[in-house]
Write a protein that binds this ligand. Structure first.
Ligand code: ASP
Length: 587
């Protein structure tokens, strides 16, 4: 090595040692005679001091140093003079008095300063990612990500899991997104799909008697990107044979607890609580509830079913729902504040937001004349309203009522400062519906993916094709602080049942054979009962690091437009390459 120590290593116990350090020049400060530089590498910062009375020529050379030059410094570790120590820095008690300096490489003026505090556009950070990644925050994120992967690998290895790589050039996997396609040169007109997940391969590995599989898997989904999405992302992917939900929960809880306790010292205290989907919806309005605070929703459809308020009546006629929440202590909201909230719920499709303040032991509102005394008293009682509270109500289709009230709940959780930001509340959501109705395409589709098994009590409904929306599945999500971190299911392992599911969601025999024939074939030859789960590593990292964007935990992410400003991918290709692929671009 060209160095004896890293820039994050030396402390006062090293005082008097001759050392050699290599790194990048951070800030330079000239204090009269003395020149100070912060020498930085991936491990930390060490202050270097150039003293002309020690070495005149070395001091002169220090004047040539510019930000981000790569240098090697030889010197002696000394204690910083009293009063100049920096207790926030691991090396803050010492500095290195330079006896020689060698410029290993010069650097152009960087487009932004390498510091966590500078304000830079994300476009610029991604274009100059090699510089951005030098920032201590990004160093910390990627090093922690490495550690999390190592903990996971060790965890699975200790439990006899086998890591198996599955193909990247493959066939479409139905996870509900669009595929990324790759044209095949040797098979003109044919395409591979990049895997949306290793789902089908991991199930096939179960048929092949690898009864404990895991993989740190790349998945590719061509979706419109939101803040927490990337076209390619990483999962801890798991599948096991001869298991029930309980086995998957136990393995998952152990993994999460190992990761949280050994990285940030947070004991998750498994087992995690469980919540059935229907209960999650009725209490929180969503299947990813943030359970760090209460402020639960209450359905009041039954109480107001005979009220004279036309808007509610119209909704009830269409089998809609009336959902309420008690914003504690917000009874004195101004017209302006109320209007703002009405605008807020419009983003979720709601046409309005009724409000009732609790005053002198009763509910008061501009629309209270449309409700009987009993109805008002019933609402107040169900919402446990006391003077000074404000009850908000949305009446709409089930989806809109829940979506908008879940958002209102979240908003007030923050506004009323009810969320303990230091907490991690994990919860399993179970008993999801097996199917959901696609209004646009007028057909039923799988809620999770079509390989998810049916709740044993609901097989009869599936066989009869009745009340499809009531059929529950054996899928489960792991949710933490309002974000889904993992999702999986016990799978179907019988070909007949699998075919029935395909039929129900409108995938005919021919299409099934074309798309999943290999899985159905494999199921002919002895498929064991099996199930699994996958965890989103990127989102997990944002939780551990307390950052907002998954782009801050991925070395080379893409922008919201699925573009990489550093490499300029995607980009046009040569005519010749297209010819070889038999592809013509439409103008
Ligand atoms: N393949 C699923 C997903 O990516 C996870 C699973 O069911 O194991 O969400």
């Amino acid at each position: 090595m060209l160095r004896t120590h890293t820039c994050g290593q030396l402390n006062d116990l090293d005082t008097g040692k001759n050392v050699e350090l290599c790194g990048w020049v951070g800030s330079r400060r000239d204090h009269g005679n003395l020149i100070f530089i912060d020498l930085r590498d991936g491990y930390g910062l060490t202050q270097i001091v150039f003293n002309p009375s020690l070495k005149q020529d070395v001091h002169r050379k220090a004047e040539e140093l510019r930000p981000e030059f790569v240098i090697k410094v030889k010197g002696i570790v000394q204690k910083r003079p009293r009063g100049t120590e920096n207790p926030k820095l691991a090396t803050g008690l010492i500095e290195v008095a330079a006896e020689s300096v060698e410029i290993l490489n010069k650097a152009a003026t960087p487009p932004f300063e390498v510091s966590d505090d500078v304000n830079v556009t994300e476009e610029s950070r991604l274009k100059y990612r090699y510089i951005d990644l030098r920032r201590p925050g990004m160093q910390k994120a990627l090093r922690l990500r490495h550690k999390v992967c190592k903990l996971a690998r060790d965890y699975f290895d200790e439990r006899d899991f086998v890591e198996v790589e599955t193909p990247i050039l493959t066939k479409s996997t139905p996870e509900g997104a669009r595929d990324y396609l790759v044209p095949s040169r040797v098979n003109p007109g044919m395409f591979y799909a990049l895997p949306q997940s290793p789902q089908l391969f991991k199930q096939i590995l179960m048929v092949s008697s690898f009864d404990r599989y895991f993989q740190i898997a790349k998945c590719f989904r061509d979706e419109d990107l939101r803040a927490d999405r990337q076209p390619e992302f990483t999962q801890f992917d798991i599948e096991m044979s001869f298991v029930t939900e309980e086995d998957i929960f136990e393995i998952s809880e152990g993994l999460m607890n190992k990761i949280f306790s050994q990285t940030i010292g947070y004991d998750l205290k498994p087992p995690f609580p469980r919540l059935k989907y229907a209960e999650a919806m009725s209490r929180f309005g969503c299947d990813k509830p943030d359970t760090r605070f209460g402020l639960e929703l209450a359905e009041i459809t039954d109480i107001v079913k005979n009220c004279r308020f036309k808007i509610f009546q119209d909704v009830l006629k269409k089998k809609g729902r009336v959902i309420a929440i008690n914003a504690k202590g917000c009874g004195s909201y101004s017209r302006g504040q109320l209007d703002e909230l009405i605008e807020f719920v419009k983003d979720y499709g709601a046409r309005g937001l009724a409000n009732f303040k609790v005053e002198k032991g009763a509910l008061a509102s501009q629309i209270d004349k449309f409700f009987s005394k009993d109805e008002l008293a019933g609402v107040k009682e169900r919402l446990a309203g006391v003077d000074g509270d404000m009850i908000f109500i949305v009446a709409d289709s089930e989806r809109i009522a829940y979506d908008s009230m879940a958002a209102i709940r979240k908003l007030f959780g923050k506004r009323l400062d009810l969320i303990d930001e230091k907490k991690f509340n994990f919860v399993w959501i179970t008993d999801f519906p097996l199917f959901k109705y696609n209004d646009e395409e007028k057909r039923w589709e799988s809620e999770h993916h079509p390989f998810t098994s049916v709740h044993p009590d609901d097989v009869g409904l599936l066989e009869k094709g009745e009340r499809l929306h009531d059929i529950r599945s054996r899928s489960y999500d792991l949710v933490v602080n309002g974000a889904e971190i993992g999702s999986g299911s016990i799978r179907i392992h019988e070909r007949k049942l699998q075919e029935l599911i395909f039929k129900t969601i409108g995938i005919g025999d021919d299409e099934a054979a074309l798309r999943f024939g290999f899985l159905l074939d494999a199921f002919k030859y002895g498929a064991p009962p099996h199930g699994g789960i996958a965890f989103g590593l990127d989102r997990l990292m944002t939780l551990l690091l307390g950052c907002e964007s998954i782009r801050d935990v991925i070395a080379f992410p893409k922008t919201q437009k699925a573009f990489c400003p550093m490499t300029n991918a995607p980009s046009p290709v040569d005519e010749k390459q297209l010819d070889e692929l038999n592809i013509k671009i439409k103008k």
